[in-house]
Design a protein around this ligand. Sequence first.
Ligand SMILES: NC(=O)c1ccc[n+]([C@@H]2O[C@H](COP(=O)([O-])OP(=O)(O)OC[C@H]3O[C@@H](n4cnc5c(N)ncnc54)[C@H](OP(=O)(O)O)[C@@H]3O)[C@@H](O)[C@H]2O)c1
Length: 349
Amino acid sequence: MSDKVLGAAIFGAGWVAGEHARAYQSCARTRLVAVGSRREESARNCAAYAGVPDAFITTDFDELLRHPDVDLVSITTPPDLHCDLTVRAARAGKHVCIEKPIALDWESCLLMQQAVREAGVKSVVAFVLHWNPSLLNTRSLLDRGAVGTPYYIEVDYWHGMKASYPQYSWAVTKEQGGSSLLSAGCHALDALRWFAGVDNDVTEVSAYAVPHRGDNTGWGYDPTTVLLCRFADGTLGKCASVLDCVMPYQFNINILGTQGTIRDNRVWSEELFPGQTGWTTIPTALPDSGDVAHHPFSGQMEAFAAAILDGTPCLPDLDDAVKTHEVIFAAERAAQTGSPVRLPLQRPA
Ligand SMILES: NC(=O)c1ccc[n+]([C@@H]2O[C@H](COP(=O)([O-])OP(=O)(O)OC[C@H]3O[C@@H](n4cnc5c(N)ncnc54)[C@H](OP(=O)(O)O)[C@@H]3O)[C@@H](O)[C@H]2O)c1
């Protein structure tokens, strides 16, 4: 095991960047060395928030990449910039941590994938709920056969986007937010794919969308999209992404299998608990907040550092996230046309 400490940089010093910065500082194998942003003041504030006021500060991404102590870069700008920045970082030989959504169109996803593969750098995509304790329990229960073979899985992202969020002004626009699934529902779709098995590819998608029905608050896309998908092994998946709901944050997980069922942190398992007369509830930290300070970025950065330094697998990497985005672009086409879309989507020859 390498004892090197990786130098981390961040570009795009807004809301989520502060938590990336703090996570790099709390991880024993990474140190925050540089922060860049459009405005120098934002970069300075981010570095100070993480307790590294002497970090290298710049507004120039290429200067950030040239810094000799930078081994990896977190890309935390709005998503319309992710493709260009990822390609440039990979070509500069830097490992990349990319915020979700990775990009707003299919062609950009493929360009990023090609650049990262060609450069041979490591990647992780900030579907940070992979490190949420309750979701880790769920994946472990599935691995132990607690519910037998799953045949129906639903994961929903129901979170009313608040006007007070720093990202609100751009996240509700089509140009920078993209869509309900791209903007945030992708977390649920990522979890759905993870629970169905990351090699169990989606083969067909249907979807419907509903426009915002309240006062006009600037939505440039339909904030509610519901998708149904079929996986290669026949499992049925459902994901509802609702960004204008009026209720506290809710991340629903229901997994129905041949020998039991998981509902969030509740388990019914004929396999594990043959004498069970009621649901077993696992005390844990649920994914029950949209506040980035609540998100388990430390776990993500530990896994990313181990992937770079020890070569251990780290999911979701860019290849895995491209599959999640492929399902999203298929769902958007299905919602527009009213017809199911078969996967894989076309790739350039
Ligand atoms: N994984 C998660 O759970 C999670 C949670 C929240 C957000 N996110 C994702 O993280 C990303 C950022 O979201 P956020 O909420 O942090 O947004 P935000 O608060 O608006 O921060 C984005 C920052 O990017 C900077 N920026 C904008 N345009 C730029 C440009 N042209 N060049 C350089 N910097 C630029 C801005 O910096 P200045 O201040 O310098 O102008 C801004 O502070 C998005 O992709 C979002 O979907 C993920």
